[in-house]
Every structure is written in structure tokens, then in C-alpha cells.
Design a protein around this ligand. Structure first.
Ligand SMILES: *Cc1c(COP(=O)(O)O)cnc(C)c1O
Length: 364
């Protein structure tokens, strides 16, 4: 059977390995598995969210309010924008998909950093668009400028901070760059880890209201999957000017997040204390990985996220190391498939990090 030819160039996205797979393949007991591969919040959910959801469980028999009014209102309040500036997605992944479909086709260029979030590439390939990547792994705006000047682009993806490497551009540099971009190019600012970045360094903070007012050709993406601890619920959002949001809504399937996800998002926004504490613990625990790396003379990238990327020298292979960690029940992200000999480790709880650092110490 013949399929759309764009699929020939597509590989299936390889998600972080699930706990179930390590149980099956390596015979490790589920309670001994530490999963630090998908940048989830390791502190579980806010107890307040859990309590509300338990009492809400019967609502799963009904469709959600498809306007997602209450969630948008809460987000609008938080970010000082209007409901009309917001679109809700099944994770911000889905908003990336809407942006690509809304703006590009097989004649388009889509510009991104060399080593960045894999979904940008996957959605770009789904429409057959041409992908332009910088030479440097991390975001280098001069290389973005050059590629843009020479080729143009319908979409530019800026991942701030960048997954899977962890670096983050300064807001001032980002603004300067966007000010040079044509108003018909959509600049996607992916803020999946902005909560972490702005906590660590105010210079990294991008405020969606200011961004979209200053630059009408931008969209800010946020997610509940990381700091807000709802990875399993699949809730994300895009913030942009009304004209952009209206176009994206044409691509949105009805009821694209579930009744329970909607409620979880609304409740999660009410417990900012939980989020703040998670972020504080994150950086405190990250310091231990930094100290370990320094002690062992392992290079790392300064991280503004809830993970740290260790750059391994040629004597250790990232895939080999990842496999050996798996055998001990530790799931981390091998970045070999991105073309870098590096591993990405989500910062876990103190208990998890104690064990992981002990095993690192044995293996590295
Ligand atoms: C996790 C992540 C997202 C979105 O995740 P969803 O779970 O789909 O909301 C988007 N961008 C980056 C860079 C991420 O790391």
C-alpha cells in the first residue's frame, strides 16, 4: 500500500523509556526503578489537585467544556492576557503541530537550532517542509540570523530554555533577534521550562503578554507537563494575538483535552506554592550533579531547566552508559540519536539522586 510520501522521511518519535519496559526487559522490580528520562516533576502531584480530582472522577462520563473557559480565564489572569489570546492543546506538542500546519507546506523553510526539541522536526516533516538547522548545537542567534537572511523561513522555533541541552538565551538578545524578523514569519517561543529559567535568572524571563504585544508575529507556548506536574494529563497552551489564535483554532479537534485534564489544569494553577517548592528543590538537587561533574571532570551545560546534560568524552559512549544504568533500574536519556555523545538526566528527588549519583560514581 502506498502512503503519503512525507512519511518516508519520518521516524517514529522515541519517547523516554517507560518503567514497564525496564520491568519486562531487565527484570528490575518496579519499586526499584528510577525514571529520570522525561523531565517530569519528581515530587508527584500537588496534594490539592489530587484531592479535587478524586472527588471529580465521575465527571469522566461527560465531555469537557470545549471552550475551556475556566482554564483560559485562570491562564489569562496569570499572564495578564485575554481568553481570546489563548489556545489549549493536548500538551503544548499539539500547539506546535497547529503552528506548523497553519503556517507551512512543502515549499516552506522552518528554522531551528541544531540540537533542540524533537517534535519541531517531526511536525515539520509531516507537512514536508524543509528544515534549516544552525551549525552549533545550542542556540546561536548569529547563525539563526545568517540562515534566515540567506533562506527565509515561515516558522522559527526558539526553545527557551532548550530541551535537551538546557541552555537559555537572554530575553534582551531574543527580543533583538525577533525585531529583525519579517512580520510574516511566525516565531514560536517554546517556554516549556520558563518557570525554572526565570527562577534561576530573571534575564531569561519571557513574559507572554509583553512578547505578543511587542511582536505580533510571535506565539508563546507553555505546558503543565513539567513544573506543574501534569505530564500524564496532557495539557498545554499557546498565547498569541487573537488573529493567530483564531487560525490555530481551525485546526483544533473538539474536546482535545479530557474533562479530568481540564480540571487538573485549573486546580494546578491554584497551588503555586507546590510549583515554587518543586523548583527550589530542583536547583538545590541540581547542584549535587554539578559538583559530581566537576569532581569527575565531566563537562556539562549550564542548565535553566529541571534536567542536566552531561557531555561525555570519547572514552565513554552515552548509549553504553545508558544501557548499564538501565540494568540497575535507572532510566535517563541517551542523546546519541541527536548526534551528541551526551546524556540528559532529569533532576530527581533527594532519595532518587542519592542512588543515581552513587551508581554514576561506580560507572563513570
Ligand atoms: C516537554 C516539552 C514540551 C511539551 O510537552 P507537552 O507534554 O506536550 O506539553 C514542549 N517543548 C519542550 C521543549 C518540552 O521539553
Amino acid at each position: 500500500m502506498k502512503f503519503n510520501k512525507v512519511l518516508d522521511n519520518l521516524k517514529i518519535y522515541e519517547a523516554g523509556k517507560p518503567i514497564e519496559l525496564v520491568v519486562r526487559e531487565y527484570g528490575v522490580a518496579p519499586e526499584d526503578i528510577i525514571k529520570l528520562a522525561s523531565n517530569e516533576n519528581p515530587y508527584g502531584i500537588s496534594p490539592k489537585v489530587g484531592e479535587v480530582l478524586q472527588n471529580y472522577i465521575n465527571a469522566m462520563s461527560i465531555y469537557p467544556d470545549d471552550s475551556f473557559y475556566e482554564l483560559k480565564k485562570a491562564l489569562a489572569h496569570k499572564f495578564k492576557v485575554d481568553n481570546k489570546n489563548i489556545i489549549i492543546g493536548a500538551g503544548s506538542d499539539q500547539i506546535i503541530e497547529f503552528c506548523v500546519k497553519a503556517k507551512t507546506n512543502e515549499n516552506s523553510n522552518i528554522l531551528m537550532a541544531k540540537t533542540t526539541f524533537a517534535m519541531y522536526e517531526i511536525y515539520s516533516k509531516q507537512v514536508g517542509a524543509n528544515i534549516l538547522r544552525t551549525k552549533s548545537d545550542t542556540h546561536n542567534l548569529n547563525e539563526f540570523r545568517e540562515l534566515y537572511k540567506d533562506n527565509g523561513a515561515d516558522i522559527i522555533f526558539l526553545c527557551l530554555p532548550n530541551n535537551p541541552l538546557g541552555e537559555c538565551l537572554d530575553k534582551d538578545d531574543v527580543y533583538k533577534f525577533i525585531s529583525e524578523v519579517d512580520s510574516n514569519t511566525l516565531v514560536v517561543v517554546d517556554g516549556a521550562y520558563q518557570e525554572y529559567a526565570k527562577f534561576k535568572d530573571k534575564k531569561k524571563q519571557i513574559s507572554p503578554d509583553d512578547l505578543i504585544k511587542t511582536f505580533p508575529n510571535t506565539i508563546y507556548l507553555g505546558t503543565f507537563s513539567k513544573a506543574y506536574s501534569l505530564g500524564g494529563m496532557r495539557v498545554g497552551y499557546g498565547i498569541a494575538n487573537e488573529g493567530i489564535i483564531q487560525e490555530l483554532h481551525k485546526l483544533r479537534p473538539p474536546f482535545n483535552i479530557t474533562t479530568l485534564s481540564l480540571k487538573a489544569g485549573i486546580e494546578a494553577l491554584k497551588d503555586e506554592k507546590f510549583v515554587k517548592e518543586s523548583i527550589e528543590k530542583n536547583f538545590k538537587e541540581m547542584d549535587r550533579y554539578i559538583k559530581f561533574a566537576k569532581d569527575k571532570k565531566i563537562e556539562y551545560i549550564e542548565s535553566y531547566t529541571n534536567f542536566i546534560t552531561l557531555l561525555l568524552n570519547n572514552s565513554i559512549s552515552a548509549s553504553e552508559l545508558s544501557k548499564n544504568l538501565l540494568k540497575k533500574g535507572v532510566i535517563i536519556r541517551d542523546l546519541s540519536s541527536y548526534g551528541v555523545n551526551a546524556i540528559r538526566v532529569t533532576i530527581g528527588t533527594k532519595f532518587q539522586n542519592d542512588r543515581v549519583l552513587k551508581i554514576f560514581n561506580e560507572l563513570l
